[in-house]
Ligand binder design. Structure first.
Ligand code: NIG
Ligand code: FE
Length: 417
């Protein structure tokens, strides 16, 4: 029997988040994070080979003289965070929008004035591949340092065939050039470019962009910003149905700013995940629950939009939905890479318990990006993506906020922080 390469032991608590790999943790199942006191985990050739108490593992035969050991006494050990919703690939920034927002301008008003997403589109189109990659690498490094080991990244700051294909190619290249595993999502329908009507651009996305994205195998998911004033229910449905016919899995930005039937559509189309959902109606929540759609909630976006409006996570959990949490990392509505911040906001403003928030940021998030067979929990056979947090227990993680609690990051068995 070989011996492990890495042995993390004596953790105050180790949260395995085990038992939810076959299907997402729904409703009350979101309370069970599988805490082990004096926990330990052994990793061999990048994969988890043993999990349990420190004494159990010390006698398991996995620990030999060549095994590197990390003492996690006083610390919390969790799976690496999975961030299932980001717009992390772009150039430039939009810090000037902060003062407009303080003066009362709304997100859609800024977009209609040619700012918002369209301003990032201009900055991204003008940048070289190297510039976009360098700026995105910086964000990915920040994500990794805050404990994110897997992240979805959407295109959507190109809004033309050539630029959307370039964005997806860059996401795929970046996936090979740094430790965070990236899942590419095609989001050509992120905004309507100037000089196009919504109908004409929708047609363009369906006829010109989707076939190329599929042919060149550049994305796993397709997403649409379904919102009155951006893409209507009808256009969103047409784009998502076309994407499905090309073999892409589906996501939707739904009911972020207004309640307009986005969640109902998500349920009807049985998309993998519906995102934002701040304004989802009772009928919408029921439709999501009945169709097994994962709700990806983005409390950092609510916080940053500063409207005191948060998704109804408790109602969703009561209805039996599976929830995931994400940063929404983007230059406008959520300029952050920090999943620990998202956990704090989820507890304080979505009224999720620390256990529910951890499940939502790990295994349920892994389900939202189709990777729950490989990541999202500390279980034998899974990729060795493990965090050591400088907090004594799970409650302390959302409690101590505004600092980075992630001390050590292990990605596929390798120490990367
Ligand atoms: O998820 N809602 C649309 N897209 C992003 C914002 C992107 C941006 O403002 O650049 C979001 O909030
Ligand atoms: Fe988003």
């Amino acid at each position: 029997m070989p011996t492990a390469d890495l042995f993390i032991h004596s953790a105050n608590y180790l949260a395995t988040v085990g038992g939810h790999s076959a299907k997402p943790a729904c409703g009350q199942e979101m309370a069970g994070v599988g805490l082990i006191e004096a926990g330990a985990v052994a990793i061999y050739e990048g994969k988890i080979v043993a999990v349990g108490s420190t004494t159990e593992l010390e006698h398991s035969g996995w620990i030999g003289p060549s095994t590197e050991q990390i003492d996690a006494q006083g610390k919390l050990v969790t799976p690496g965070f999975v961030d299932p919703h980001t717009h992390a690939l772009y150039a430039g920034s939009r810090e000037h929008e902060l003062s407009l927002k303080i003066k009362g301008a709304s997100y859609l008003e800024i977009l209609k004035l040619g700012g918002g997403i369209l301003s990032t589109v201009r900055q991204t189109i003008q940048a070289t591949d190297e510039e976009i990659k360098a700026q995105t690498l910086k964000r990915l490094k920040s994500m990794l340092g805050s404990g994110t080991t897997t992240a979805e990244v959407k295109s959507g700051y190109g809004l033309s065939l050539q630029e959307e294909l370039r964005a997806l190619k860059l996401i795929n290249e970046l996936n090979d050039q740094q430790p965070v595993d990236l899942i590419p999502t095609f989001m050509g329908a992120h905004a309507v470019p100037p000089d196009y009507s919504e109908e004409t651009y929708t047609e363009w996305v369906i006829q010109e962009m989707l076939p190329r994205v599929a042919k060149e195998n550049l994305a796993e998911y397709c997403d649409v910003f379904c919102e009155p004033g951006v893409f209507s229910l009808k256009s969103s449905e047409r784009i998502l149905q076309a994407a499905q016919n090309y073999g892409l899995k589906l996501k939707i930005h739904a009911d972020e700013l207004e309640s307009a039937g986005g969640a109902e559509l998500a349920g009807r189309l049985r998309v993998v995940s519906a995102e934002h959902l701040l304004k989802a109606s009772d009928e919408g929540i029921s439709a999501l629950a009945a169709n097994g759609v994962i709700g990806v909630l983005l409390p950092a976006t609510s916080f940053n939009l500063a409207k005191n409006s948060y998704a109804r996570a408790r109602d969703m959990i009561e209805k039996g939905m599976a929830l995931a949490l994400a940063t929404d990392c983007n230059p406008g509505s959520s300029p952050t890479e920090s999943m620990p911040l998202v956990l704090t906001l989820a507890c304080l403003y979505l009224h999720m318990s620390p256990e529910e928030a951890l499940i939502a940021a790990t295994i349920n998030a892994a389900h939202a990006v189709g990777k729950a067979d490989r990541v999202g929990s500390i279980e034998v056979g899974k990729q060795g993506d493990v965090l050591i947090l400088d907090v004594p227990n799970l409650d302390y993680l959302p409690y101590h906020f505004g600092v980075n609690p992630v001390e050590t990051v292990i990605k596929s068995g390798k120490l990367v922080k």
